[in-house]
Design a protein around this ligand. Structure first.
Ligand SMILES: C[S@@+](CC[C@H](N)C(=O)[O-])C[C@H]1O[C@@H](n2cnc3c(N)ncnc32)[C@H](O)[C@@H]1O
Length: 233
């Protein structure tokens, strides 16, 4: 009997996750041979230019977000609770990288005006010019009035001082009519104990919305929840 060796590196673990998501119908493509070189170059740009406070985004999560952002080939990306743009940056990639996937439109949404100013300064280094913007707004409000076309990746990372991750449900509800067939919905922090009830409610809503998943990827202490819009709805 042959057994495949367990993945040994972060990259191999992410490759394996993407293969599983593709076989479950949540991704049309997996990593290509240029993904990890491109990740290394993008990481150098981000870590040489960004000004960020301490972050919960681990080396493993950076690779996972980067690989998902590439494999999903998004034309339009929306992020809610994007703070200073660090986690979001891995989904966006570096426009000047020779192996970059280029999106048409990405919008980061955060209620914190000062964080958005920093996110704009940080993400300027990624060269997406006016294809990328950051809005000072509540995520659900902004998505109710969304005018940027079908969303291919929705990234949720808001953390309300009182409501915690409960608004993930409100944001997804507002975004549902705008999600493209085959869209990915990514939620940060499903493994964090203090968000357990909020995430359970969010996952109930995902199931009730007939999305694929949710899959909880416990790749680090925060984890990533992945759901997908079926290609034909
Ligand atoms: C703590 S940050 C996420 C940080 C990220 N996980 C990291 O480790 O780098 C959460 C962000 O959600 C934002 N936020 C809270 N409620 C929001 C809402 N209703 N709409 C949009 N953003 C919101 C906060 O302003 C904050 O910038």
């Amino acid at each position: 009997m042959t057994t495949s060796a367990p993945p040994a590196t972060y990259e191999e673990i992410v490759d394996r996750i993407l293969e599983r998501l593709a076989s479950a119908g949540a991704l049309r493509e997996t990593n290509d041979e240029r993904t990890w070189d491109s990740f290394g170059r993008t990481s150098a740009v981000i870590h040489h230019t960004f000004d960020i406070p301490p972050t919960a985004v681990t080396p493993m999560m950076r690779r996972l977000l980067f690989a998902l952002g590439r494999a999903a080939r998004p034309r339009t990306i929306a992020g809610v609770g994007t703070y200073v743009g660090y986690a979001f940056a891995w989904l966006l990639g570096d426009a000047s990288d020779p192996a970059a996937h280029r999106f048409d439109r990405a919008v980061g949404i955060d209620v914190d005006r000062v964080a958005n100013e920093q996110a704009r300064r940080n993400c300027d280094a990624l060269g997406h010019a006016d294809r990328l913007s950051f809005l000072d707004e509540d995520g659900a409000e902004a998505l109710r009035r969304w005018e940027h076309g079908p969303i291919d990746i929705l990234y949720l990372d808001l953390d309300d001082p009182v409501r915690g991750k409960r608004p993930y449900v409100d944001v997804l509800a507002a975004a549902l009519p705008h999600l493209a067939p085959g869209a990915l919905v990514l939620g940060h922090d499903p493994c964090v104990e203090r968000f357990k009830d909020d995430i359970a409610r969010y996952h109930e809503f995902v199931r009730a919305s007939s999305l694929l998943g949710p899959w909880v990827l416990g790749v680090d202490a925060c984890g990533l929840s992945v759901a997908g819009v079926p290609v034909a709805r």
